[in-house]
Write a protein that binds this ligand. Structure first.
Ligand code: FES
Ligand code: FES
Length: 169
């Protein structure tokens, strides 16, 4: 096993799901792996590891980003949201409820990334058309659902109402 010298580690301070984290990491480790292995936030999934599948999508300062294309050290000073930040204890976030209601997931591997992208869509447009949703999730691949139920979940009228309330708060 290769041992990493203390002076090869870089200190990072970041906020994830409203909680401040301080840790030391190697410069070469991706943000996705940092979240999963350093912080134990395994809800973020890693598929292709080169920015194509969207499974690793998270929100960085509110913007959807591929966490496999960022380094952990680039989290410094940023506000990150992962899927673990959505539910309040056992109470699912309305978007998660909508995915559940519409059967918008099967294996669930794409779901964390889909939810992050959906949050970003709805923040900009609380009532997107089906075509707009399809375009926005075009970078998130799902091998199971055929996408139709995911579009149903994001276009649910209850979600539009929730998104409008969020904007008006
Ligand atoms: S794992 Fe990051 S885009 Fe596929
Ligand atoms: S639910 Fe399996 S990849 Fe989307």
């Amino acid at each position: 096993m290769i041992k990493i010298a203390e002076d090869e580690l870089l200190a990072v301070r970041t906020t994830v799901n409203g909680r401040e984290y301080k840790f030391s990491t190697e410069a070469r480790i991706s943000l996705a792996d940092t979240l999963r292995y350093e912080l134990g936030l395994t809800g973020t999934k890693v598929g292709c590891e080169h920015g194509v599948c969207g499974a690793c999508t998270i929100l960085v300062d509110g913007q959807p980003m591929r966490s496999c294309l960022m380094l952990g050290v680039q989290a410094e000073g940023h506000d990150i949201q992962t899927v673990e930040g959505l539910a309040q204890g056992l109470k699912l976030h309305p978007l998660q409820e909508s995915f559940k209601r519409h059967h918008a997931l099967q294996c669930g591997f794409c779901s964390a990334g889909m939810l992050a992208t959906a949050q970003a869509i709805l923040r900009d447009n609380p009532a997107p058309s089906r075509a707009e949703v399809r375009e926005a999730i075009a970078g998130n691949l799902c091998r199971c659902t055929g996408y139709e139920t995911i579009v149903d979940a994001i276009c649910d009228p209850a979600i539009a109402e929730f998104a409008r309330d969020e904007i008006n708060d």
